[in-house]
Design a protein around this ligand. Structure first.
Ligand SMILES: Nc1ncnc2c1ncn2[C@@H]1O[C@H](COP(=O)(O)OP(=O)(O)O)[C@@H](O)[C@H]1O
Ligand SMILES: [Mg+2]
Length: 256
């Protein structure tokens, strides 16, 4: 089953083209890494699929349907730098927001929603921070809050945009353990990931992106030094460029 796909996706900001004719598809249960240099259009790809940026061309489907029909099944953790942190609200309220899609606008969160939020906070190690203002937290703590909000939504498909960017070791471990849990539960994850050295630790599949799709598929096929050179446009004479070790499989357990 395909969890999400887009075809013929092109995006421009003003007149500047950012994505050109991108075809992209993620099987249910995969952890798909989106990898490419700064400014390659990784965040834009996710935003365009989720309707946060209007594409010039292209359509996207989620579980075979338009996003509006399955919005509750799709979670999104935005890139760290793109969120307004001055918003005056507590950690607990941000996480509870994850349950609103299930509630509709008129009902207030009840016991079930509060329990879901509490579980999400425990899984991300932020229970102690529940009453704190979001603006007071460190970068890693904030990332965990937004991960908890996405978990509280209980989606089947998660989009995470550079969840490891600028965070401490404890937050990193918390996010890694959530990734493993999602994987084991058969959820689908699309993760923008910057660190080439750990792509194989987290991802079962990779899309190398630089305005267009350079490669897309299982890690062994898509994450090769040849494709990486192409995506990062590094010449063959470049010394010490990242060489993936394809002799080992992903460390994330692959569901049967
Ligand atoms: N809101 C915006 N307005 C204008 N240009 C943008 C906007 N967002 C991103 N860009 C530009 O689009 C390109 C792709 O950005 P982005 O998708 O954020 O790349 P990545 O996530 O791969 O680093 C970059 O050149 C960036 O400067
Ligand atoms: Mg980005």
């Amino acid at each position: 089953m395909i969890a999400c796909q887009t075809s013929g996706l092109s995006v421009a900001y003003h007149t500047e083209p950012v994505l050109r004719n991108v075809d992209f598809s993620v099987s249910a249960g995969a952890v798909m890494g989106i990898v490419g240099p700064n400014g390659a259009g990784k965040s834009t790809l996710i935003k365009a699929m989720l309707g946060l940026v209007t594409p010039l061309t292209g359509t996207s489907e989620f579980f075979g349907q338009s996003l509006s029909r399955v919005r509750q099944r799709v979670g999104y953790m935005p890139q760290f730098t793109s969120v307004d942190w001055d918003f005056p609200t507590t950690v607990r309220d941000v996480v509870l927001m994850g349950t609103y899609g299930r509630l509709g606008w008129l009902r207030r969160p009840g016991r079930a929603e509060k329990e879901t939020a509490a579980t999400a906070m425990a899984q991300t190690g932020i229970t102690d921070l529940a009453r704190r203002q979001i603006g007071e937290l460190s970068g890693g703590q904030r990332q965990r809050v937004f991960l908890a909000r996405a978990l509280a939504q209980e989606p089947d498909l998660f989009f995470m945009d550079e969840p490891f960017q600028g965070i401490d070791a404890k937050s990193q471990r918390a996010i890694v353990s959530v990734l493993h849990r999602l994987r084991q539960a058969g959820k689908t994850v699309v993760i923008v990931h910057h660190d080439l050295a750990t792509v194989q630790d987290f991802c079962t599949h990779v899309t190398l992106l630089n305005q267009t799709v350079v490669s897309c598929g299982p890690v062994d096929e898509a994450f090769t030094s040849e494709h990486l050179r192409h995506a990062y446009r590094v010449g063959d004479t470049e010394q010490g460029f990242f060489e993936p070790d394809n002799s080992r499989g992903p460390r994330v357990e692959v569901a049967p």
